[in-house]
Unconditional design. Structure first.
Lengths: 181, 181
């Protein structure tokens, strides 16, 4: 090993320790995501998301709502838009942002027929959406379509700057049923 | 507890066990992400990403390249576009998809001045991008700007349907330096 190699190697070790400490510090003992019970309006709004999923390229749909009123709708348009990132949640967020200020997303609820993948959950977090309600879980979806095996709750729990409510399993059977039609 | 409550409770336990088994099964003992060494062209292409970051709303830039040739460029446009999801990587992907078929993304390399967040890494995975080269790590960035504490390598490792090469730390000091200007 040259001196340079030694320095590089030592630097890598120090950086590795700092990285491990960072991830450990950002894994709260108490969940940052609040798992909340089903609310009165959840089923009706989830039915809208599932109806959108039934028309989608892959069977996923989403609506963004505040106080029970729908503000934006999305459905998977991956094939029609030739865009693998056009998931239901992303399409709903893009449509919302085309008409509203991003500040108006704060405190909204996003209903989605499938638990948000890391891409969609990241977008939800960066947009300050306050609550996520999903039907089928990533684990349930993975029997039908390729999934990244990280729950949206884990993503939320690793986000020190945001707090988000999560409710799962609302009309999950209906959402999964779309994969059998 | 009513009979319904008992059934609901039992169903939740069964679903919980299935979910735990799913996540365990998708945590490979051997990493699905390949940590690869720096290639000859990496520094030059990273300099392009860092130059874009210097012009961005938040100091993040990205380029998508194949065989050393740049195919698309992106920079954080969160403020200008009024879109909190307009990260450098996402902007580069959207610009690429506006001009090319998504199939052409497969096997490309994405260079980014900051390690991809879960949103961007999810997009990278869904698009089939073959390699990610980043400068500053999420752990390093977190000293300067809010981050989701999940590495892009962890996201890749939890993705059973994709294999992606990852190289980190290329010109990291220059990328972090943009936060001090």
């Amino acid at each position: 090993m040259s001196t340079d190699d030694h320095l590089t190697s030592r630097r890598a070790v120090v950086a590795g320790l700092a990285t491990a400490a960072f991830y450990a510090a950002n894994t709260p003992a108490k969940s940052a995501a609040l798992t909340t019970p089903v609310k009165a309006e959840d089923e009706e709004l989830m039915r809208e998301a599932i109806a959108l999923a039934a028309e989608a390229d892959f069977p996923f749909g989403a609506v963004i709502a505040r106080d029970g009123a729908v503000l934006a709708r999305g459905l998977n348009l991956g094939k029609r838009r030739h865009d693998p990132t056009a998931h239901g949640e992303i399409v709903a967020i893009r449509r919302f942002l085309a008409e509203h200020s991003p500040d108006e997303l704060k405190g909204t609820t996003l209903y989605t027929s499938g638990e948000p993948c890391p891409m969609c959950m990241g977008a939800i977090i960066w947009c300050g959406i306050g609550r996520v309600v999903y039907a089928a879980s990533i684990a349930e979806l993975s029997a039908h379509i390729g999934q990244v095996a990280i729950s949206c709750t884990e993503i939320a729990n690793k986000t020190p700057f945001a707090s988000i409510e999560i409710t799962g399993g609302v009309l999950a059977d209906e959402a999964i049923g779309l994969f059998h039609t």
